[in-house]
Design a binder for this molecule. Structure first.
Ligand code: ZN
Ligand code: ZN
Length: 267
């Protein structure tokens, strides 16, 4: 399994999950041409994308989804609430999905799960394929048990670490926005992200990307320091953590199983 972070944050989100020839676009929140160029730079033709998965309809996640979908005839998998907000011109490309069910898309099983965020029916996604297990969960105010249990036994978790409470409190955001970000339907604080990992105990993810960091109210240093300190205190100091970047391609992860399969049979 391969996962790429093309962009992550309030200026646009986009990841690619690939396993055994099935490539999915997770979020489509950057401009269309940049998204197409990014895919070509990693050797994936836009027409080869098996589906666009949208967690919710906020523009930083969905900006070019309808255009990409219509141009390349790629279906959009999202909740009814997200699809209603998108108002696709061609409804035949809509694939409504529900929390708790499993949807096979090519070689990947996609399992959406509901998250608390301020829009209609927002989701996170868990992916299982023959070469690995990954999940993407960003834009959530807090992590209920129904969400953290989706993080058990993952090879890679892409999890929001949006803000540091002190930076948010002392920053320039107006009061209503501070309350929105830190509310139960807002975004995830660094420490809350860490706790969502530690509750997995010895079933914690093998690798973690901290994503959707606020440029105003967080920094990679704050996120990494807070999360690694809490992981260390809970006996999970060995879990590698990276931070995604905002408007550009930053991280690629390859599962060890996929690497083993790439080795020649008679080395
Ligand atoms: Zn967002
Ligand atoms: Zn959002």
């Amino acid at each position: 399994m391969n996962v790429w972070s093309f962009a992550s944050g309030s200026d646009g989100n986009c990841y690619v999950v690939e396993s055994e020839g099935t490539a999915l676009l997770v979020e489509c929140g950057r401009p269309y041409l940049q998204t197409k160029d990014f895919l070509e730079s990693i050797g994936i033709e836009p027409e080869a994308i098996g589906g666009i998965l949208l967690t919710h309809a906020h523009g930083d996640h969905s900006r070019s989804a309808a255009h990409f979908s219509a141009t390349h005839r790629v279906p959009i998998f999202a909740s009814h609430g997200t699809l209603a907000a998108l108002r696709l011109k061609d409804p035949s490309l809509a694939r409504p999905v529900e929390s708790g069910k499993t949807y096979p898309v090519g070689q990947l099983d996609v399992r959406p799960f509901a998250v608390p965020h301020d829009c209609r029916e927002p989701l996170g996604f868990r992916f299982e394929g023959g070469t690995g297990r990954a999940a993407v969960a960003t834009d959530l105010g807090w992590v209920p048990h129904s969400v953290s249990c989706q993080f058990n036994d993952l090879d890679l978790l892409v999890l929001e670490a949006n803000y540091d409470p002190h930076l948010l409190e002392t920053g320039n955001y107006p009061g209503f926005l501070k309350r929105r970000v830190s509310g139960t339907y807002g975004h995830l604080a660094n420490a809350a992200a860490a706790r969502a990992i530690t509750v997995c105990g010895d079933r914690a993810p093998g690798f973690v990307w901290l994503a959707h960091l606020s440029e105003e109210n967080n920094s990679p240093r704050h996120a990494l320091q807070t999360v690694s300190r809490i992981l260390r205190r809970n006996g999970l100091g060995h879990v590698p953590i990276r931070t995604t970047q905002h408007r550009r391609s930053s991280l690629r992860w390859t599962s060890s199983l996929a690497r083993e399969r790439q080795l020649p049979l008679f080395a």
